[in-house]
Design a protein around this ligand. Sequence first.
Ligand code: PMP
Length: 285
Amino acid sequence: YDDRDGHIWMDGEMVPWREANVHILTHAMHYASSVFEGERAYNGKIFKSREHSERLKRSAQMIDFEIPYSIDELEAAKALVLKDSGLQDAYVRAIAWRGAGEDMGVASAKNPVRVAIAAWEWGAYYGDAKMKGAKLDISKWKRPSPETIPSHAKAAGLYMICTMSKHAAEAKGCSDAMMYDHRGYVAEATGANIFFVKDGEVHTPDPDCFLNGITRQTVIGMLRDRGITVHERHIMPEELSGFEQCWLTGTAAEVTPVGQIGDYTFEVGALTREIAEAYEKLVRS
Ligand code: PMP
């Protein structure tokens, strides 16, 4: 991703893509003092752009730093990046981190907070699993307690176990991994939330120790608008065998059907298809 044409917005300026670098003694690289957003633009407009900017600011506050730009400034910067990319449909990545500076220890209050925004083309996150149903591994890593780490922040430090889980999953021929939480309840995938269907009702884990995704909230609204009951609750592993359908939600994943989690299988059923199609329509409306 480093060798391409175009520009990346960095700290208020458009920098040529290949020159958008940071120093090796960047605090974030050593201590994970970084938060980010994943957003998608459809037909030249970022879906729920403001919500993503607000979450970026909140994530930074949760890991103890303040982004030196207002929501309006971030919105203007993202719009500029999208326009400069020439793309109608794009993935937009905003990132904020503690840079290099006076401190090289764990504390870094004196180091500058840096912000960058890039946009590029990114098709279906799970490739052809998008319609066939993704196959998920079950990760050995557990989502941590909010008393262990600020687990509601979209912070880089929370993704170390996601990368490890996803690598292990891919080595077994799976597209992704489902993770349990620290108590053993079903939590989410490595970059997406999870939903189940049983007897016409929908069940999704209570997001009490992981990201309450913007797509998750959108899809819950869509389901309730259709008069479908949605239970946000703790889900035990032994319940997996009783669910009929399953899907993932996320900005990158959109609504992706799941066909298998470990030994449990699910059908790509009518409700899964309806919600996937309705989401596609909504983001483009
Ligand atoms: N959980 C994790 C770990 C994620 O990385 C994402 C993607 N941001 C989500 C859930 C879904 O969040 P959203 O719908 O806001 O993209």
